[in-house]
Design a protein around this ligand. Structure first.
Ligand code: FDA
Length: 306
């Protein structure tokens, strides 16, 4: 209920304006590395001391072609910088097709795919990879089709699947082949019962079934969750499938359970941190608030003191 309300508020322009008029303060900074490329690179460098990173240049639901092109340019600059700084072997990037114009009324899907292709070319040029984030269920088919197209030229292009969707176990089967990189998360969007499990227990059970398929498959499972029980199950299933700690990744968000991230890395796990940066932090930030009621109390306090 609270989650649905927050995610609905995230779509309100007036609410967005009120929140963004405040400073980029400590609460936003807990989840977002900063607003500039320099800030993101500095944080990524620090994290790579013991973990891997995937950097997300924030932006989504772009309805303007110029903005979509600017987002592509930002990713190219980011990738060149990762190459120049010698970070490309430990840092990849995550992209959202809606930031590249997927929702543009004319040729949106085509424009987004071409943009993602340019980002993949830049990534290949510096020797790193790209993972395509998954957004709400209305985009799942188009996004998976785009990843399929990208994988023809860039076999390492990664997909994201959400265990809250009823279809996902089947998608895992389709994507568990050789060379695939699949990030499995629970799903951050408020989806209808017709396509999604709505109860936490059902989402978790689906997550375990999906993990079973991915771990038994031939690709690289990327286990994106902060849920300690699911992390333990992933480790167990990996072992049972004969995978070493090199043959799958544990992934968590910047600012969420950082101590657990470092502890898992110290135990020899391959841990990757999802690191967002940029001025368009509102939608991402609201999804993080919606995931945990305790975050909301901090947020309410920060709005009052602004
Ligand atoms: P759950 O929400 O049950 O949380 C388990 C525990 O983790 C909580 O009890 C708490 O301790 C901690 N925790 C979780 N979220 C927190 C928060 N915001 N603040 C503080 N503590 C928190 N989603 C999507 O739809 N598309 C995508 O492309 C991605 N990409 C992605 C990449 C990576 C690397 C991660 C880790 C996650 C995503 N997600 C995502 C988000 C994902 O779908 C999900 O919303 C969050 O990860 C929260 O779910 P958990 O699995 O952590 O479980």
């Amino acid at each position: 209920m609270l989650r649905s309300t927050l995610l609905a508020a995230a779509r309100s322009t007036a609410f967005r304006a009120a929140v963004e008029s405040g400073p980029f303060d400590a609460l936003v900074g807990r989840f977002v590395a900063g607003t500039t490329l320099d800030e993101a690179v500095a944080v990524a460098r620090r994290i790579t001391a013991d973990r891997l990173v995937t950097v997300d240049h924030l932006g989504e639901d772009t309805t303007d072609r110029a903005q979509a092109d600017a987002n592509v340019a930002a990713y190219r600059a980011l990738l060149h910088r990762l190459g120049d700084e010698g970070l490309a072997d430990r840092v990849e990037v995550s992209v959202k097709l809606s930031a590249f114009g997927q929702r543009l009324p004319r040729d949106g899907e085509k424009i987004a795919l071409e943009s993602a292709r340019q980002v993949c070319e830049a990534a290949a040029g510096v020797g790193t990879t790209v993972t395509v984030d998954m957004e709400d269920h209305t985009t799942t088919d188009a996004t998976l089709a785009a990843v399929g197209d990208l994988r023809v030229d860039f076999p390492w292009a990664g997909a994201v699947l959400q265990s809250q969707l009823r279809r996902t176990e089947g998608d895992c089967r389709d994507l568990a082949g050789p060379g695939s990189r699949v990030r499995l998360c629970k799903g951050a969007y408020d989806e209808p019962e017709s396509v999604a499990f709505r109860r936490a227990g059902e989402v978790d059970r689906s997550y375990v079934r999906c993990l079973g398929v991915l771990m038994a498959g031939q690709g690289l499972p990327m286990v994106a969750t902060h849920d300690p029980r699911l992390v333990a199950i992933a480790q167990h299933l990996a072992q049972r499938a004969g995978r070493s700690t090199r043959d799958y990744e544990l992934q968590m968000l910047y600012g969420v359970r950082p101590r657990a991230q470092s502890e898992l890395a110290a135990e020899g796990q391959r841990v990757r941190v999802y690191l967002p940066y940029g001025t368009e932090w509102f939608g991402y930030f609201m999804r993080r608030l919606a995931e945990r009621p305790a975050n909301l109390a901090f947020f309410a306090r920060s709005l009052v003191t602004r």
